[in-house]
Ligand binder design. Structure first.
Ligand SMILES: Cc1cc2nc3c(=O)[nH]c(=O)nc-3n(C[C@H](O)[C@H](O)[C@H](O)COP(=O)(O)OP(=O)(O)OC[C@H]3O[C@@H](n4cnc5c(N)ncnc54)[C@H](O)[C@@H]3O)c2cc1C
Length: 472
């Protein structure tokens, strides 16, 4: 395991292929455009958070129908060891780990707990991202790619452990997962990755397509690959279940409490919301796509990307046996224990349109999702809801987890590039080690300092949000 990040050359055909898949707007140089994006993004963040803060629950998001627990806003002046900004799966798993370790914790959330991507995702717990492993090796080197697999495996183990030991009811199942190839080229790319994955301790097996699609349509796919260790769960129930445990352990959790600005006063952070102030020696940014809103230096490194889903009424028959990805991971679906089909992705139909903070579903992508549904359920089934959520895509495809400042008062866990459900719980377990000034080799390759712009002395971070320095 590498303990030090080697900055990689961001070039070459594999990197470009992968960047094309990630979508537009990930400028590799901050420059003037990056700064303007940062400014525009802060405005977007604010408008979006204001809008969401007043909503009772995200409309049309099926996950929310049975998890409407809410938390009161921060009032007054409070203090703790750590302030966490953001109450998605990152903020809540970190709060729990820190509280178990004996730290006092305040979590401040602009909208609702799990109201953003953590409450709008597909609930896949994948150890390996759906893209061929060979691409990951080409981009990040063997050790870097293996670190991604290992964090995925550890996240699943961590989620399983939390579900079991804390009794969180969240429909968790270790089902395994399937990757389907729509073309021979994709099948060959996946096949070429199998020996690499096996050698790195993550066996994936090619199986006949018909065995993983008992209800058809097998003829649409060239090959199928199965991983037995993956799983699925109900993300809102998981995050809310853990949030309740956090409360029981003394974590002070405040929703509808956007951190508008934060300032390091020499011995502590002072994080300001509309009606309160939270103080702590350590502040953690757990806001994923919205991280540049607080810290403009991150604007060239984490970009907002929309992902969309739809869900159907219950189906009597089993359409798919396991969480399934196809078409290089752009398309994904699974059937819940109640028989509903959840279908997401098809972002590649409009990569430009899916960049930014707009949270509404669009006809282009929803038409794509419906074409996938027709393929899977040709007899037809009612669509009961549609939604979209915003993901944070990191410039090199790997999350940023670790200290943001040289003085070690400010940390981050964000930029999961569409895989945060399968990565956050282990990332935050390791981040808690770093916050206690202990080594955390599992996240060494996610160190934000791999990006040169975060190593510049002028980016010393003592003000966030409205009070953050503005580039001229
Ligand atoms: C449709 C869709 C499907 C997906 N499917 C999967 C999947 O199956 N598997 C997988 O691994 N990943 C999936 N993802 C990605 C995954 O959901 C995210 O990577 C993950 O939820 C990120 O969690 P988070 O807690 O870091 O961020 P978020 O869930 O985005 O939480 C960040 C929180 O910070 C809050 N916030 C922002 N700014 C402030 C501020 N200034 N003050 C206070 N609070 C603030 C926001 O309101 C938000 O609640 C999917 C995403 C989408 C949209």
């Amino acid at each position: 395991m590498e303990s030090k990040v080697e900055p990689r050359e961001e070039s070459g055909p594999d990197f470009l292929k992968r960047l094309k898949r990630l979508g537009p707007g990930l400028s590799t140089r901050p420059g003037r455009v990056g700064r303007l994006v940062g400014r525009a993004q802060r405005g977007h963040n604010r408008r979006m958070l204001e809008k969401r803060g007043s909503e009772a629950a995200p409309p049309g998001v099926w996950w929310w129908q049975d998890s409407r627990q809410d938390y009161s806003p921060l009032e007054g002046d409070v203090a703790a060891d750590v302030v966490i900004v953001g109450a998605g799966i990152t903020g809540i798993t970190l709060a729990h780990t820190l509280a178990v370790g004996g730290a006092s914790v305040i979590v401040l959330e602009a909208g609702r707990v799990a109201g953003s991507a953590s409450g709008r995702n597909a609930g896949f717990l994948l150890a390996a991202p759906a893209e061929p492993y060979g691409e990951a090796v080409a981009m990040w080197g063997r050790a870097g790619a293996r670190a991604m697999l290992e964090i995925g495996r550890r996240t699943h183990e961590r989620v399983h452990e939390l579900v079991e030991t804390l009794g969180i009811e969240c429909e968790y199942r270790r089902t395994g997962s399937v990757r389907l190839a729509r073309t021979e080229e994709e099948a060959e790319d996946q096949r070429a990755s199998l020996p690499l994955m096996r050698a790195d301790g993550f066996p994936v097996t090619e199986v006949p397509v018909a065995t993983v699609m008992p209800g058809g349509p097998h003829e649409r796919f060239d090959a199928a690959f199965v991983t037995d260790e993956d799983g699925e769960f109900h993300p809102v129930r998981f995050v809310h279940g853990l949030a309740r445990v956090c409360e029981g352990r003394g974590v002070r959790l405040h929703a509808h409490s956007e951190v508008e600005a934060a300032h390091w006063g020499g011995s502590e952070w002072e994080a300001r919301t509309a009606r309160g102030v939270a103080r702590a020696r350590t502040l953690v940014i757990a806001t994923n796509a919205y991280a540049p809103g607080l810290c403009p230096a991150l604007a060239p490194l984490i970009a907002p990307r929309r992902a969309q889903m739809l869900f159907t009424a219950r189906l009597e028959r089993e359409v798919v046996t396991r969480p399934t990805c196809a078409h290089w991971g752009y398309q994904y679906w699974r059937q819940t224990p109640q028989g509903r089909l959840l279908i997401g992705g098809w972002r590649d139909l409009d990569l430009d349109g899916e960049a930014g903070f707009g949270e509404g579903p669009t006809s282009t992508i929803q038409n794509g999702l419906e074409s996938g549904l027709r393929e899977l359920v040709p007899e037809g089934v009612e669509i009961e809801g549609r939604w979209a959520g915003i993901m944070g895509f990191a410039r090199d495809g790997r999350p940023l987890v670790g200290w943001l400042d040289a003085e070690h008062h400010l940390a981050i866990a964000a930029g999961y590039t569409g895989h945060g459900i399968g990565m956050a719980a282990a990332c935050t377990q390791d981040l808690a080690l770093l916050l206690a000034f202990r080594p955390a080799p599992g996240i060494a390759t996610f160190d934000p300092a791999r990006f040169p712009e975060l190593r510049r002395p002028e980016s010393s971070l003592t003000s966030l949000g409205a009070s953050a320095p503005r580039t001229p």
